[in-house]
Design a protein around this ligand. Structure first.
Ligand code: TYM
Length: 332
C-alpha cells in the first residue's frame, strides 16, 4: 500500500508557496494514495509561539487543507501533538542519528541565525521529529516543496540506520514527491529569496487569507527587472523575478513554463501582472471564502481533528509498539 504523510506548521499565515509547493499537490494525490495530513504543532514550538495564536493557526491550517480540496472523510487530518507516538518515536530515532548528519541541515543554520549557542535543542532535533512523523505511519511517499528535500534525505538515512542497527527491514525508505511548476516559490520582493511566513514584509508573500484587492496590490508592487518578458526559458536563469512570476502563473493555470513564456514573450510586466492578478484571485478567492466560512464554526474544525487523531493514533501506536519490541523494551 502506498501511503502519504505530509504536514505544515501552524505558524502564521499560509502563503502561495505552501499552496503551490505542497497543498495543491496533495489534492491531486489523494485519489491514488492513503493520505495522512498533519498540522505539525510540535514543530511549530521549536520557535516561540503565542499560545492563543498557535491554537488559532492550527484551526486555520486545518480549514485551509479542506478549503483547498482535501477530503476529510477520505484523508486523515490531525494535529501532531494529539498523537504522542510522534514524540516517542523521535526519541528512539534520535538515539541513532549522528550529530554529523544534523550539523549539515541548512534549515537549522538559517533559523538559528548567528546566535547558534542560544538555539534550542528542539530546533536542532527538528528533522528527527520530522522523520518520526513519516516513519510512525511507515509512509512511502512525502509530497513537499523543494526546501524540504534535505530533511527527507535525512529521514531516509534515519530509516536505514534503524533497519541496519536491528538487522530488519522495518521502515520503508520514504520517497520525496516534489513536482509542479512552483516547487520553490520566491519572495515578491526578492526573486532570490524563498517566499516565507517568517519574512518581515507582508508584501513579500500572497497569503491564503488576502483579499482580492490586496493580492492585486502585492502583485503590482512585486519586484521586476527593467526588460520586457523573455522569449525563452533559458533567459530566466539570469532573471529571478521573471522566473518566479512566470512560474507562479504556470502553476496557477496548470500550464508548462514553456507555454507561459511563449504566451508573454516580449510583453511588458504591467500587462503580465494584470493577467497574473486575475488568475491568482480566481484560484485563491474561493479558497479564502471557504476558509472564512469554516473559521466561523471552530467546533466543526475540531471535530475533523478529533476524528483524525483517533485514526492516526491507532496506526502510529501499532507501529510504535512494534518498534519498542524490536528495540527490546520490556512491556511487563
Ligand atoms: P512548513 O510549514 O515550513 O512548510 C509547509 C510546506 O510548504 C512548502 N513550502 C514551499 N513550497 C514552495 N515554495 C515555498 N516558498 C514554500 N514554503 C514552504 C514546504 O516545502 C512544505 O512542504 N518541516 C515541514 C513540515 C513537516 C513535514 C513533516 C513535512 C513536519 N513534519 C513530515 C513532511 C513530512 C515544513 O517545511 O513545514
Amino acid at each position: 500500500m502506498n501511503r502519504i504523510f505530509s504536514g505544515i506548521q501552524p505558524t502564521g499565515n499560509l502563503h502561495l508557496g505552501n499552496y503551490l509547493g505542497a497543498i495543491r499537490n496533495w489534492v491531486k494525490l489523494q485519489k491514488d494514495y492513503e493520505c495522512i495530513f498533519c498540522i505539525v504543532d510540535l514543530h511549530a514550538i521549536t520557535l516561540p509561539q503565542d499560545p492563543v495564536e498557535l491554537r488559532k493557526a492550527t484551526r486555520e491550517v486545518t480549514a485551509a487543507y479542506i478549503a483547498c480540496g482535501i477530503d476529510p472523510d477520505a484523508c486523515t487530518i490531525f494535529n501532531q501533538s494529539t498523537v504522542s507516538a510522534h514524540a516517542e518515536l523521535a526519541w528512539v530515532l534520535g538515539t541513532m542519528t549522528p550529530l554529523g548528519w544534523l550539523n549539515r541541515m541548512t534549515q537549522f543554520k538559517d533559523k538559528a541565525g548567528k546566535n547558534r549557542e542560544n538555539a534550542g535543542l528542539g530546533l536542532y532535533a527538528y528533522p528527527v521529529l520530522m522523520a518520526a512523523d513519516i516513519l510512525a505511519y511507515k509512509a512511502t511517499h512525502v509530497p513537499v516543496g523543494e526546501d524540504q528535500k534535505q530533511h527527507l534525505e535525512l529521514a531516509r538515512d534515519i530509516a536505514g540506520a534503524f533497519n541496519s542497527r536491528y538487522g530488519i527491514e522495518f521502515f520503508p525508505q520514504p520517497e520525496p514527491q516534489i513536482f509542479g511548476a512552483a516547487t520553490r516559490v520566491m519572495s515578491l520582493r526578492d526573486g532570490t529569496k524563498k517566499m516565507s511566513k517568517s519574512e518581515e514584509s507582508d508584501n513579500s508573500r500572497i497569503n491564503l487569507t488576502d483579499t482580492p484587492d490586496l493580492i492585486a496590490q502585492k502583485i503590482k508592487r512585486a519586484k521586476t527587472d527593467p526588460l520586457p518578458l523573455p522569449a525563452t526559458v533559458e533567459e530566466l536563469a539570469t532573471r529571478p523575478e521573471a522566473d518566479n512570476l512566470l512560474g507562479i502563473y504556470a502553476a496557477l493555470t496548470d500550464k508548462s513554463l514553456e507555454a507561459v513564456v511563449q504566451e508573454f514573450a516580449g510583453a511588458q510586466y504591467s500587462v503580465f501582472k494584470g493577467a497574473l492578478s486575475d488568475v491568482a484571485v480566481a484560484v485563491l478567492s474561493p479558497i479564502t471564502a471557504e476558509m472564512n466560512r469554516m473559521m466561523a464554526d471552530p467546533a466543526s474544525i475540531d471535530a475533523v481533528l478529533r476524528r483524525g487523531a483517533e485514526r492516526a493514533g491507532d496506526m502510529a501506536a501499532t507501529h510504535l509498539r512494534q518498534v519498542y519490541d524490536i528495540v527490546g523494551f520490556l512491556r511487563p
